[in-house]
Design a protein around this ligand. Sequence first.
Ligand SMILES: [Fe+2]
Length: 438
Amino acid sequence: MNFEPLFQIFSKIVTVVFSAFFSVSSIGSPLYKAPPEAPEDFTPVLRFAVCSDVHLSGEEGDINEARFRELFSFTEQYSNAHESYNGFDAVMVCGDMTDWGREKEYIAFSKVISEECPEGTEMLVCMGNHEFIEEREGECEDAFANFKKYVNEETDTHTVINGYHFIGISYADKNESFGDKTEWLDAEIKKAIADTGDKPIFVYQHPHPTMTVYGSINWSNVNIRSVLSKYPQIVDFSGHSHYNAADPRSIYQGSFTALGCGGLTGLIGNNNYIDGNAGTTIESASFYIVEVDAEGNIRIQLYDLQNKMFFSEVDYYLTDVAKKSAHYYTWNNLKAFDTRPVFAEGEITSEINENGETVISFPDAKGYYDAQSYTVTVTSGLKTAYSGTILSDYVHAVDDGKSVNLGVLEKGTYKVKVVPMSPYSKLGCALTGEITVA
Ligand SMILES: [Fe+2]
């Protein structure tokens, strides 16, 4: 049985369900209207970097540590180059800064902070599920103790920076629950609103709020969503899924604003909405740079630490977050721009690698958004030699085509068909070709 049409059908069904679900919360928001761009004279009074899922191993030569260090050096360099505002006010880490919650990983974390974090830059950190993994057989006292020793005495924090409120909340236990701490979150949000009214209030926690950003079906927490939904001025950052932050579904506006952070570690799932970790690892690393002006307008850019450049497609400008009429980043509005992906000039080529496996390459497909996946079918006569849906490389800021390892194929000539699919499940025309395995 060929599962690939099932994959596409499932994507289409979820897209329709999401469109229906979000249509209620999108009422009063713009439709078929492109979001505004940050004006030339946009002058921040607050700047912070946001990342998630650093997964430090504490081992020598840890690539995640190198990328985490670069987050600081790049943001500092970026800030210093800014004419009207040089501030680098905070770094937010939405959990999973360690791989197991082990002491040596926390030591690595605090070493990076002490060596890289500029004086005056605040660290805003909450605990993810990985901070509990080493201790999961017990009550996790050491997990909390390590956090308190190396990061902060408090696991949940409410910080005010340059007049803006930041509220971070950690899991209450190893079971990925927040327990009754959601009441604390609710009370802190109320205090923040009493101070700043409709201005944005930044909240961060490890899992996505349920049914918001891409990945927020199974990598999510519904209790967090219930609290945040009451307050339209909330701008929430989360991680956990490691889903691609450059995907348009990683920003959500509805009853509040939410952004998925991807991860510094790389993509480990992302193949459709409720995928687990299977078979979709792509090395990548990205983080947001967020700038806010005195009126509460927010510019958000996404930086690719692997390719050392900003994603051209992620330069969001949010105004009046508390007002629905200013919500351009709703599911339905962003989906309205989606078009069928079209392949760039080029053809399908193949080569045999050192293991005797056939690797095909083809150009990227792009509509209004980059294709999120390709369904590849390779046949010889009536026989299917390979069939699979694979992620595009849209998690990278460069568009340099895609390669797929088909495994060891028998000698012969094969027909190859590649069908691209957009983030909102629009299928593009197939790219076809023939390859010969000699
Ligand atoms: Fe993670």
